[in-house]
Write a protein that binds this ligand. Structure first.
Ligand code: NAD
Ligand code: DAU
Length: 348
């Protein structure tokens, strides 16, 4: 089987490629990636040595390039991870999010129609459901929760989901969608909460926590997400949406304190800074459907996964040092340089 993985040089896509190469060694994996700031060929070093793996640099929104790739590589399954993925960047500049996440998805869907693939899988996010109140721990996102987005990022992902559902209904394209909660693990780009806090703590730099730090995210170890997608593309029903999450809700401030404790660093490094605009309060997934329909359950507890992740960043300094020494410095300065500090939260 030929599996086209778009966005495979990023965090989750690369972990998925390694999952597939390990668990389905007879399948051919073709990775299509534009190599934006978030894509990194070094991440795919080990895959490049495998006969069943091929890398192609292209933009999913480039129709001619995408059609040519479908013609020559003849994918049976397409798994679309390619996206602009960072909420803060979408607040600064929404346009590229529409270009890649909406137009790019529509080009892939057209290619899937034209070349009659067996399955198109859209890697979506729990952010399409908006957020939940902090004082209602009994509420969870199910597949029936209405789409209700907050950021340009989540709006672009929800738009893509609607297109996928429309292509299934109108053209009978065999599609599936998964909506996962926050991932963490190896190869996570340093702009995101967990790697950013690990790397700053290692350098004894301030740890910028947005607002009070009471916002809640539902963390899932990346390999568990990959296992769920693997099940969906092989056994999931066309036309279905599957939520993915492991009931691992944590307040941001507690995640940051866990990282500091693991590294033996003081909590005085925490600095409360101006909140994210439109900041979603709480995400929490109800994974009953994927458990009942496909037998999926997460394997990694947060307590183990976070230690493993911290150890990975300690063991792979060269990977992240190469990233933070480049253009990322400009991003960091722009995002955090003039961000107001919130002294009133300093005792939390
Ligand atoms: P990432 O930012 O680490 O990687 C994105 C990859 O897509 C990069 O390799 C980048 O080069 C590539 N890319 C971007 N624009 C492209 C384009 N126009 N054409 C081809 N390639 C392009 O993202 P991630 O965290 O690995 O997320 C992957 C997918 O999973 C995204 O669709 C995201 O919305 C979704 N998701 C992420 C999380 C999470 O916690 N990170 C959770 C749920 C869902
Ligand atoms: O829920 C799934 C989503 O998770 C994915 O769809 C997104 O692609 C992915 O980036 C992630 O979005 P979040 O916005 O939840 O992740 P982020 O790591 O940016 O932030 C996690 C929480 O930490 C959020 O409440 C904001 C807060 N935060 C983040 C950063 C970068 C801080 O307090 N300080 C920071 O410096």
């Amino acid at each position: 089987m030929n599996i086209l993985v778009t966005g495979g040089a990023g965090f989750i896509g690369s972990n998925f490629i390694y999952y597939e190469l390990k668990n389905h060694p007879a399948d051919n994996i073709i990775c299509l990636d534009k190599l934006t700031y978030a894509g990194n060929l070094q991440t795919l070093d080990r895959a490049m040595k495998k006969d069943h793996f091929k890398f192609i640099r292209a933009d999913i929104a480039d129709r001619r390039a995408v059609y040519r790739i479908f013609e020559t590589e003849k994918p049976d399954i397409v798994v679309n991870f390619a996206a602009e993925s960072h909420v803060d960047r979408s607040i600064e500049n929404p346009e590229i999010f529409l270009q890649t996440n909406v137009i790019g998805t529509s080009v892939l869907l057209d290619a899937c129609r034209k070349y009659s693939i067996d399955r198109y899988h859209q890697v979506s996010t729990d952010e399409v459901y908006g957020d939940l109140p902090l004082d209602r721990p009994d509420l969870f996102f199910t597949e029936e929760t209405p789409l209700h987005t907050s950021s340009p990022y989540s709006a672009s992902k929800a738009s893509a989901d609607l297109l996928v559902m429309a292509y299934h209904r109108t053209y009978k394209l065999p599609t599936t969608i998964s909506r996962c909660s926050n991932n963490y693990g190896p190869y996570h780009f340093p702009e995101k909460l967990i790697p950013l806090m690990i790397i700053n703590a290692l350098a004894d730099k301030k740890l910028p926590v947005y607002g009070t730090g009471e916002n809640v995210r539902d963390w899932l170890y990346v390999e568990d997400h990959c296992a769920a997608i693997d099940l969906i593309i092989r056994k999931g029903r066309p036309g279905e949406v599957y939520n993915i999450g492991g009931h691992n809700e944590r307040r941001n401030i507690d995640v940051v304190k866990t990282i500091l404790a693991a590294l033996g660093k003081p909590e005085s490094l925490i600095e409360h800074v101006a909140d994210r605009k439109g900041h979603d309060r709480r995400y929490a997934i109800d994974p009953t459907k994927i458990h009942d329909a496909l037998g999926w359950l997460p394997e990694t507890k947060f307590e183990d996964g976070i230690q493993r992740t911290i150890q990975w960043y300690l063991d792979n300094r060269a990977w992240w040092e190469a990233i933070i020494s480049g253009d990322y410095q400009n991003y960091y300065e722009k995002m955090y340089g003039n961000r107001p500090r919130l002294m009133e939260y300093s005792t939390l």
